[in-house]
Design a protein around this ligand. Structure first.
Ligand SMILES: [Zn+2]
Length: 356
């Protein structure tokens, strides 16, 4: 029997949780155009629709390094207090409009200091913008809780500074840490001292691994650095043959390590070949703690609703599957257990029950 198709309006209303979404990859095209004009930054085009299309095309190169290069234009308009406040507030409102009830936003403070803001000022300003967005979303009847992950750029030498910021702002909205940037050639263990510092301070972290590089990257992230979650992790399938799990894949599944999977982004960087064959479906069926994420909404031209819709239409996902990955995300979120449990029991499960 074929399950009935779920329409987009129903998908949009479903409560969602996103663990992997970059602040600087999710700006509104019109905002990029307006802010670029204000600071005199030249864009490929000043038409918002054409700019959105340009991003999607440029990001479709099949190469992680070129994908990351598209961030030049969003970062250029985020160097001022005004730019950060606006993009952070809009970030929250866009998540709320997408039906997201819990989100973790991530960004690298070190990439936002070209306008003269000091690293702590960057973090304070983003938190101010996020708080304004959360207040507006709540007032509009679409409350969303957003926690922040600070990133260090793995190819530069400021990862420890970013880790110190995560420790300093842990009671001011920062809930965890990550390293971002080109994975190939920059293994997680290069930054072992920063991760050991975070572990010593009991600050949770995730690591982008198993996207452009394979099992050794995932192994290092988990077994050397001690990550609690993995960003992407699609290549864990290299350790699964005919449904049989190798040692590392078994560790990931059995220890309930969340995989922050981002289907559209993976197609664009060449980490996966199609939505139908994306490993998220096989891993879900094998009992891994998979979560569904957008990665970069502007750059990948996507939303959580769109990612869900693609899996429903092209990979046979049901509403129950969508509920599973949403609950998975909350189980592995970096906010306190009681808050996660309340979101699951009071918001997510009733929301899905209403839709089923
Ligand atoms: Zn990412």
């Amino acid at each position: 029997m074929t399950a009935p198709r779920i329409d987009t309006d129903t998908l949009r209303r479903l409560p969602k949780a996103v663990l992997h979404d970059h602040l600087d990859g999710g700006l509104r095209p019109a905002t990029v155009v307006e802010l670029a004009d204000a600071v005199g930054h030249t864009l490929p085009t000043t038409d918002p629709d054409a700019l959105a299309a340009w991003y999607f095309e440029a990001a479709n190169s099949g190469d992680l390094v070129r994908y990351i290069a598209t961030f030049e234009h969003t970062l250029a308009v985020m160097q001022s207090r005004e730019g950060l406040l606006r993009t952070a507030e809009e970030y929250v409102l866009d998540l709320a409009a997408d039906g997201v009830v819990y989100g973790e936003v991530r960004y690298a403070p070190e990439l936002l200091v070209n306008g003269g803001l000091a690293l702590p000022e960057v973090v304070e300003t983003v938190q101010e913008g996020l708080a304004a967005g959360m207040a507006k979303a709540a007032a509009a009847g679409t409350p969303v809780r957003v926690g922040t992950l600070l990133c260090g750029m793995r190819m530069f030498d400021r990862v420890r500074e970013a880790a110190d910021l995560a420790v300093a702002f842990r009671d001011a909205g920062v809930v965890g840490f990550d390293i971002a940037g080109a994975e190939d050639g920059f293994p997680p263990a290069d930054h072992l001292a920063a991760f050991e510092h975070l572990r010593g301070e009991s600050v949770p972290f995730t690591i982008h691994a198993g996207e452009a590089h394979g099992l050794p990257s995932i192994h290092q992230a988990l077994q050397v650095c001690g990550a609690q979650r993995i960003g992407h992790g699609v290549r864990i399938t290299d350790d699964i043959v005919d449904g049989k799990l190798g040692r590392l894949a078994g560790w990931v599944r059995d220890r309930r390590i969340a995989l922050e999977m981002c289907p559209t982004s993976n197609l664009q960087t060449g980490a996966a070949t199609s939505i139908a064959e994306h490993p998220i479906t096989e891993l879900k069926d094998l009992g891994f703690r998979v979560t569904l994420n957008t990665d970069n909404r502007l750059v990948s031209g996507t939303t959580m609703t769109r990612e869900m819709s693609l899996l429903v239409q092209e990979a046979g996902w049901t509403v129950e599957d969508l509920r599973t990955v949403t609950v998975n995300a909350l189980k592995s979120a970096f906010i306190p257990f009681d808050e996660r449990e309340a979101l699951i029991e009071d918001v997510v499960l009733p929301g899905y029950a209403a839709a089923l």
